[in-house]
Design a protein around this ligand. Structure first.
Ligand SMILES: [Zn+2]
Length: 178
């Protein structure tokens, strides 16, 4: 399905990375206050939020769901596609979701992640451990010096930690709908 803003380019031309944009999050009031430049979010009523940024102002429908694990969860209904979103972005005078705005995460970010994976796989190969970063550690390969094993497995552990925290950020940033 095509979206209203698909293919739209950022202020400087080319695809804009999500990370560099102004965004409003449904739960932003509960988190640490954003930068002074962040859009303002006020809930006018149970199901309407007003988002404002400078002279710009939008009224966004708010949906509430009750997850199986209890509690309540609030969502913005994207102004363009009406899908449930936890985060909306400001581009020009539009407020919409990442998908509608044709945004993607910085490719540099992906390259960095790929690089980490490559290095981790290389270390696992040297250690003779099968599988990927989420797989079990193996033991010290026969013939490998204790010091070498120690250094390689320590490097791998810190790489793995970086990869996992990077993926965690990515998952948190990805908007979920249900
Ligand atoms: Zn949308």
């Amino acid at each position: 399905m095509g979206s209203v803003f698909s293919g739209r380019t950022g202020p400087r031309g080319g695809k804009t990375a999500v990370e560099s944009l102004l965004k409003v999050q449904i739960n932003q009031t509960r988190k640490a206050p954003g930068s002074p430049a962040a859009p303002r979010l006020v809930f006018d009523a149970a199901d309407v939020a007003e988002v404002s940024y400078g002279p710009l102002r939008w009224h966004v429908h708010v949906d509430e769901t009750e997850p199986h694990f209890g509690g309540r969860r609030r969502w913005f209904a994207c102004l363009a596609c009406s899908c449930r979103r936890t985060t909306l972005y400001v581009v020009g005078d539009a407020l919409a979701c990442r998908v509608c705005l044709g945004l993607r995460y910085a490719s540099q970010h992906e390259t960095e992640r790929d690089r980490l994976f490559r290095r981790a796989h290389k270390l696992r190969d040297r250690l003779g451990w099968s599988g990927g970063v989420a797989d079990e550690r193996g033991g010290r390969p026969g013939g490998m010096h204790e010091m070498t094993y120690c250094r390689l497995s320590r490097n791998l552990a810190s790489l793995t930690a970086k990869i996992l925290s990077d993926l965690e950020d990515w998952v948190e940033g990805a908007e979920r709908t249900f």
